[in-house]
Design a protein around this ligand. Structure first.
Ligand code: NAD
Length: 298
């Protein structure tokens, strides 16, 4: 049994922390939102008074926060996580953040002699609740070995991607593929509609042909062929369009920093930004099919 500090008890953090409790660990959680803290208490999570308080007696401290600026704030607060965490503890950031902030978080930990992981996740709220997340980890081998059994309480696949920041790098590359492929599948369905094909005929062919991909077979953007896809429940997320936009922006920042011309990634980021600005940020990202239809007079 480990003592685990868990900072950020939102949509993802709360069920992840609950799975750590179920695995027999003692979890001391903290969130700026009193509502989130109260909800987490119901899952057996003890509530700390501050991030520093959650970290003070912990063997492992996990952060699950919205963006890089929140992670940096929690790491650099003079009375926060790093001021209180013990030298033998392991710190793990599971948020999806920019690679630069992830590397900065590792550096802050390293200057204090503390081992750290960047370990963003794939699998959404469903995967967080079921304990079936995929973790993409950036860390040295020693830190990875220490964190692996803790991550295994919350996920089913844990990939060591490389050193500091490698987990975030893998995450934003994956989500760039996802954003681009969802738009491609959506455009193909709208074209198929105009050509007189049924959704089911289109799905039956493409799901076993060379256009097959996750955006089609798991998250089909039209209702019918994949009963569990958000298209069947009025595009309730799922994975919200605003989060897709955030991840595409992160991948564009990284592409610019590395001088890589990601033309389709750039266009996908622009399309999602416009979709969100039009008031659809809260819909599942597969609702982009509606935008394709609107731009096609369909
Ligand atoms: P969320 O907004 O539901 O939760 C974030 C929580 O962090 C909030 O409860 C907020 O109050 C808390 N918080 C912010 N600043 C804080 C601070 N300084 N101290 C303590 N608590 C603080 O977001 P989420 O959906 O749980 O996502 C968390 C991260 O996981 C994001 O980086 C997101 O991109 C990533 N992610 C989300 C999904 C998903 O499907 N929701 C999937 C994969 C990855």
């Amino acid at each position: 049994m480990a003592i685990i500090g868990f900072i950020g008890l939102g949509n993802m953090g709360a069920p992840m922390a609950a799975n750590l409790v179920k695995a027999g660990h003692q979890v001391r959680g903290f969130d700026l939102s009193a509502t989130a803290c109260e909800a987490a208490r119901g899952s057996g999570i003890m509530i700390a008074e501050s991030a520093g308080d959650a970290a003070s007696t912990a063997d492992v401290v996990i952060t699950m926060l919205p963006a890089g600026k929140h992670v940096r704030a929690v790491y650099t607060d003079p009375a926060g996580l790093m001021a209180h965490v013990g030298r033998d503890a392991l710190v793990i950031d599971c948020s999806t953040i920019d690679v630069e902030s992830a590397r900065a978080a590792h550096e802050i930990a390293a200057t204090k002699g503390i081992r750290s992981l960047d370990a963003p996740v794939s699998g959404g709220v469903g995967g967080a609740t079921a304990g079936t997340l995929t973790f993409m980890v950036g860390a040295d081998a020693d830190a990875f070995a220490k964190g692996q059994p803790i991550l295994a309480c919350m996920g089913k696949k844990i990939v060591h991607c490389g050193g500091a920041g490698a987990g975030q790098s893998a995450k934003i590359c994956n989500n760039m593929i996802l954003g681009v492929s969802m738009i491609a599948v959506s455009e193909a369905f709208v074209l198929a509609e105009k050509l007189g094909l049924s959704h089911q005929a289109m799905f039956d062919v493409v799901s076993t042909a060379s256009g097959q991909c996750w955006s089609l077979t798991s998250y089909c953007p039209v209702p019918g062929p994949v009963p569990a896809s958000p298209a069947n429940s009025d595009y309730k997320p799922g994975f919200a369009a605003e989060l897709m936009s955030k991840d595409l922006t992160l991948s564009q920042q990284a592409a610019q920093a590395c001088g890589v011309d990601t033309a389709l990634g750039r266009h996908a980021a622009q399309l999602y930004e416009a979709f969100n600005a039009a008031g659809h940020a809260g819909l599942d990202f597969s609702a982009i099919v509606q935008d394709v239809r609107a731009r096609s007079g369909a």
